[in-house]
Design a protein around this ligand. Structure first.
Ligand code: XUL
Length: 453
């Protein structure tokens, strides 16, 4: 079956036409917000803010990105007319606020990089303590919807009163494609601190504490295997047949789990993108006692673990530029010039406030004289520092003999060797760096009747 898969990520939107029979991407297209949609003022996917904890974007940019990616996919010669399903995913945790007419009641949406909700997470923590983690799969997290909504409702009560619906970006994009309200899927919905993962229903107590009337402003919840929606007629403009099944979008990490073929327990996935993430299908519901990791719904049923590191590709790019290195040097040469372990030299880039573990945006922290070191030493120190931190923060999930690497930076031989050495695991690269979009297409094909192997 040919299915269209869309990935609305931090820095851009990708669309693929995917053939489930051959497992091949037939055509793909992408939109970069900085280059292609400069009018939204978000070169890296968010509007630059003097406060490094504030990370927001104009939600209209995501609708425009979706439409432009589909237009480009059509133009690239993708067999749109033969597609039998549409699905996709979005960066997790971004929230979209709509008024009763469907307009944006909040013109700037917080995205997953936002960590400006310390006061709100402290309040949630004080009120619910460990029960929050036991019920929602995560302790109170700054980028999650509960804290973000709470802040908005408190700071802008009038705009909150005008808000009729709070969507995740994933459910918002489903709604755009279907021309009617889309549900929140359990993969992405678990990243809100609002969903009771034992019942897969909104937790009335937490919703009531977060903001007045919140429970009545949330879309319904979609569980794996639930019925798809139908494509709105206006998407015929891109060669798609009106009425095609539209699978509710999920988060990019849950989609990537499926796109990498890792939806059954056994191996872990490391996705190296704007954020670096470590995730794996879970044989049973279990939470991180260290408080960094999360439990999300697995789109194939059951659960998945996830730990997210904010200083991923943008941090690597900044170190690369600071070293005056090209990508070949960063990805390969630096590792040929230095020994594994780097003689004990390690560095951690904190250009953005870090999530796992919490850390302020202080720049590079190294255990050696950073300014005086050779570029190859700095590069290996950062790569090994990032991966060693990932290893420490994900021990609670268990040990894996096999790890699948995906995302743009999985092309880096140096990073792959650091994963191999530090995790002591066999490392495979996913067939395509587009595993999130492919996962969206596979989920769509399953929802359209093909089922998931
Ligand atoms: C996951 C997270 C990020 C975003 C990036 O919890 O915050 O990985 O999903 O798109």
């Amino acid at each position: 079956m040919i299915a269209i898969g869309i990935d609305s990520s931090t820095q851009g939107t990708k669309a693929v036409a995917y053939d489930t029979a051959s497992g091949r991407v037939l055509a793909s297209a992408s939109v970069n917000y900085g280059r292609d949609l400069p009018e939204f003022g978000a070169p890296d996917g968010f509007i630059p803010d003097a406060d490094p904890r504030v990370r927001r974007a104009d939600p209209a940019m995501w609708t425009r990105g979706l439409e432009l990616a589909l237009a480009r996919l059509y133009k690239a010669g993708a067999p749109m007319g033969e597609a039998e399903a549409v699905g996709g995913c979005a960066q997790q945790h971004a929230t979209v606020y709509l008024d009763a007419e469907g307009g944006f009641s909040r013109p700037r949406s917080p995205i997953w990089m936002d960590s400006s909700t310390e006061a709100e997470t402290a309040a949630l923590d004080a009120r619910f303590g460990d029960a929050l983690r036991e019920r929602t799969g995560s302790p109170a997290i700054e980028r999650f919807a509960a804290a973000q909504i709470m802040k908005f409702a408190r700071e802008e009560p009038e705009a909150w009163a005008r808000t009729a619906r709070v969507h995740l970006l994933s459910s918002y994009l489903t709604s755009v494609l279907a021309g009617e309200e889309g549900p929140v899927d359990t993969g992405d919905g678990a990243g809100m601190n609002l969903l009771d993962l034992r019942t897969m229903e909104w937790d009335a107590g937490i919703c009531g504490f977060a903001a007045p009337g919140l429970a009545g402003k949330l879309p319904r919840v979609h569980r794996p295997g639930g019925a798809p929606l139908r494509l709105a007629a206006r998407f015929a403009e891109y060669g798609l047949r009106p009425g095609l099944p539209v699978a509710p979008f999920t988060g990019d990490n849950p989609a990537s789990l499926v796109g990498c073929g890792a939806e059954k327990p056994g191996c872990a996935v490391i996705s190296l993108g704007t954020s670096d993430t470590f995730f794996a299908a879970m044989p049973e519901f279990r939470t991180d006692p260290g408080g960094c990791g999360h439990v999300f719904g697995n789109p194939a049923g059951g659960f998945m673990s996830l730990t997210c590191f904010k200083n991923g590709s943008l941090a690597r790019d900044r170190v690369r530029r600071e070293c005056g290195a090209d990508w070949k040097f960063f990805d390969e040469t630096a590792f040929a010039l230095t020994p594994p372990g780097n003689g004990g030299k390690r560095a951690f880039p904190y250009f953005e406030t870090e999530i796992s573990p919490k850390h302020a945006a202080t720049g590079v922290e190294a255990n050696f004289d950073w300014a005086a070191a050779a570029p190859e030493t700095k590069i290996r120190a950062v790569a090994e520092g990032q991966i060693a931190n990932m290893r420490e923060r994900t021990r609670w999930i268990g040990d894996f003999g096999k790890i699948i690497a995906t995302g743009g930076a999985s092309r880096s031989k140096g990073l792959l060797s650091a994963i191999r050495d530090i995790f002591g695991a066999e490392v495979e690269t996913a067939d395509s760096a587009d595993s999130a979009a492919i996962g969206g297409a596979r989920i769509a094909a399953a929802a359209a009747g093909e089922g998931m192997e």
